[in-house]
Design a protein around this ligand. Structure first.
Ligand SMILES: [Zn+2]
Length: 230
């Protein structure tokens, strides 16, 4: 079954109020849990150019930036640099990824998922929801994925898997589709191939409905300022 945002929210609004055996009205059934993200305006995104191509999300594909990030305060600047690289150097219509996650677990809103993302390798990203983790996770020299990053990543995957009706077996790494890259790095890819990402996403979805929700712009900007002054 495909659940679109409207039916999702309507279903939550219509959820019956729980009544205890004693007839007392318990707290109303909770709506979907929010997975907060910093909106494009708040992190200072450039506007996309015309020419984005619509697609239908059928799988979720994990990436890493491939560049070590040791200073968390630099994460928002990195996100802006990725967009500049993709749009100005590569000529793409927008930042390649639909979501980005930093090592503190901050989620950044990227390209609108209604539109196909972009890649610098040979696979066709049509139908892929692209999520990129900030940092280098390849090999023994790579960084260890932080707990905060993995927690946000799993929740984001749960929210988007529910939103786009993607089975957990279709959560894979970039290297599963391309021979030209190590992305998302062996330290993240292992968590996909050993089933731990699927298990955690399944467990998270079993706890209820999740929805990726943009923070109000002022709140998002305040969060970015806090990160940048770490
Ligand atoms: Zn990649």
């Amino acid at each position: 079954m495909t659940i679109d945002r409207r039916s999702f929210l309507t279903a939550a609004a219509l959820a019956p109020v729980a009544v205890s055996a004693g007839g007392k009205v318990a707290a109303a059934a909770p709506g979907p849990r929010a997975v907060p993200m910093v909106g494009r305006k708040a992190w200072g995104a450039m506007k996309p150019r015309p020419g984005r191509e619509p697609h239908v999300v059928r799988r979720i594909t994990l990436h890493h930036s491939g560049v070590r990030l040791t200073d968390d305060a630099q994460a928002p600047a990195r996100v802006r640099q990725h967009q500049q690289w993709h749009m100005i150097n590569k000529g793409h219509v927008d930042i390649d990824y639909h979501f980005l996650v930093d090592r503190r677990g901050t989620i950044y809103q990227g390209r609108n998922p209604r539109f196909r993302g972009d890649t610098q390798t040979e696979y066709d990203p049509t139908g892929h929801l692209l999520i990129s983790c900030e940092g280098d996770y390849e090999g023994s020299g790579g960084q260890r994925p932080s707990g905060a990053m993995l927690k946000s990543l799993v929740r984001l995957m749960a929210a988007t898997a529910q939103r786009y009706d993607v089975p957990v077996r279709r959560i894979r790494g970039h290297r599963d589709y391309s021979d030209q890259t190590d992305c998302p790095g062996s330290r993240l890819e292992t968590l996909i191939t050993d089933g731990s990402v699927a298990a955690r996403v399944t467990e998270t979805m079993a706890r209820g409905a999740w929805v990726a929700r943009r923070l109000p712009t002022a709140e998002g900007r305040a969060l970015i300022r806090r990160i940048e002054s770490l």
